[in-house]
Write a protein that binds this ligand. Structure first.
Ligand SMILES: *Cc1c(COP(=O)(O)O)cnc(C)c1O
Length: 424
């Protein structure tokens, strides 16, 4: 398999991440281990900057895709803003970069009082409000704290995005956002409040979307609404186009630069048609970090059950749940390059669930106990969706910077796992 557009490559028949030999790294840090390329993350961010040059914009990286403090700091140093969905993510951004607090957009359907208060005090850029009840609460908290809250309604444009149903969000039947047909009236009412500043309109139609049409269709509806709100006298300065730009998880051809350029061209066309020029906010998550990362794991056993061969790895669904949750495909490569025979196998973890698998009936080079393999494209929704199910330690994380590998999260210990529990 050709490992294009990813930081992973063979050198002397050993898999490397940029300049770092993964065999050596596994010996030093153990497995399972998440490995990320700083260079690839910065490169992906820069693609947005280049494609949207000439338009006032801020890339607000979606923290939930991978919330590692080291990655947040790396992105903040490049000037990125952040899309957060909880008070916990707000604290992560604060810890990574105080200067980035003012570039935060706060999304999410269930914001709590303490989270709203913390974001108001931090003077974030804008709240993406998802219901009238939330808007009322925001006004109440803003008044109490003596702040004027900048907000955008997250509208639901009723656009179908062809992706996995669990990560599609732009239809009326989804829990997200406010029906775009109702938005104008809500803005008008909110504009009367001294504590609310109707500063933007936002939309996010889902994740892992591979064609640009739904993004363009959603933006078109949003800009039409902004036109109406301007007629109503509102100073709408921001349009948030959300995240959701997809990647190629398989071995197929994929050029990230072409992808972002096509996306930008589609959005730019809609802007020109509408004759509006608000500051554009973008919330990519997956596109920036997914392919920069991989999960490095060791083969524990190879076993045959009837006609099936199972490769059992020391990583499981608690470490990377995407295959189990979304039937997601991840390419799997042996760390030692092999030109030998292939086998058709199921690659599974040690967790006590039949859903604990990484690949089914996958043709791959024969591996044996002790061999290392990597699951590619695990940088997004990997570690951030991990758990301690089966009382397993979550993986350690390493950030590769050129030839250097830096441990950015140590492996958990038994004390981390049992610490919060109370026995009388
Ligand atoms: C999850 C999410 C994103 C990021 O989606 P990606 O597919 O990772 O780009 C952006 N905005 C909102 C509101 C989200 O919920």
């Amino acid at each position: 398999m050709i490992i294009s557009h990813r930081p992973f490559h063979y050198r002397n028949r050993r898999l490397h991440c940029d300049g770092v030999d993964l065999t050596t790294l596994a010996a030093e840090q153990g497995t399972p281990l998440y490995v990320y390329s700083a260079e690839q993350i910065i490169h992906r961010l820069s693609l947005f900057g280049e494609a949207f040059a000439g338009r006032a914009h801020t890339v607000c990286y979606s923290v939930k895709a991978n919330s590692s403090l080291a990655i947040l700091r790396l992105l903040a140093e490049q000037g990125a803003g952040f899309d957060i969905v909880s008070g916990g993510e707000l604290e992560r951004v604060r810890k990574a970069s105080k200067a980035a607090l003012k570039r935060i957009v706060f999304s999410g359907v269930g914001k709590q009082v303490w989270e709203i208060d913390a974001a108001l005090k931090a003077d974030i850029l804008i709240f993406n409000v998802e219901s009238e009840a939330e808007l009322a609460l925001l006004a109440e908290r803003a008044k109490l704290l003596g702040k004027r809250a900048r907000f955008a309604l997250r509208v639901n444009p009723d656009v179908f995005a062809d992706t996995h149903p669990y990560i599609s969000t732009g239809l009326r039947e989804h829990k997200f956002g406010i029906d775009i047909g109702l938005a104008r009236a809500i803005y008008r009412k909110a504009a009367k409040s001294a504590w609310l500043d109707p500063a933007g309109v936002s939309v996010h139609i889902g994740s892992q979307i591979r064609s640009v049409e739904p993004f363009a269709a959603a933006l078109k509806r949003v800009l039409a609404l902004i036109g109406e709100l301007k007629q109503d006298g509102m100073d709408i300065r921001y349009v948030d186009a959300g995240g959701g730009l997809g990647i190629e998880y398989g071995a197929g051809p994929f050029d990230p630069e072409t992808q972002v350029k096509g996306y930008a061209a589609a959005l730019q066309r809609i802007f020109s048609e509408a004759g509006l020029d608000p500051h554009l906010l973008l919330e990519p998550g997956r596109f920036i970090v997914a392919q920069a990362g991989a999960l490095l794991t060791q083969v524990l056993y190879v076993k045959k059950n009837g006609a099936k061969t199972f490769v059992i790895t020391d990583a499981g669904m608690n470490d990377l749940i995407r295959p189990s949750l979304y039937q997601a495909h991840h390419e799997i490569l042996p760390v030692k390059q092999s030109k030998g025979a292939e086998d058709v196998v199921d690659v599974v973890g040690p967790v006590c669930e039949s859903g604990d698998f990484f690949a089914r009936d996958r043709a791959m080079p024969k591996v044996k106990r002790g061999d290392l393999v990597v699951l590619l494209d695990a940088g997004a929704y990997g570690m951030s969706l991990s758990s301690n199910y089966n009382t397993r330690f979550r993986p350690a994380e390493v950030l590769v910077e050129g030839d250097e590998a830096r441990l950015v999260r140590r492996r958990e210990t038994m004390k981390d796992l049992l610490g919060p529990e109370i026995l009388t």
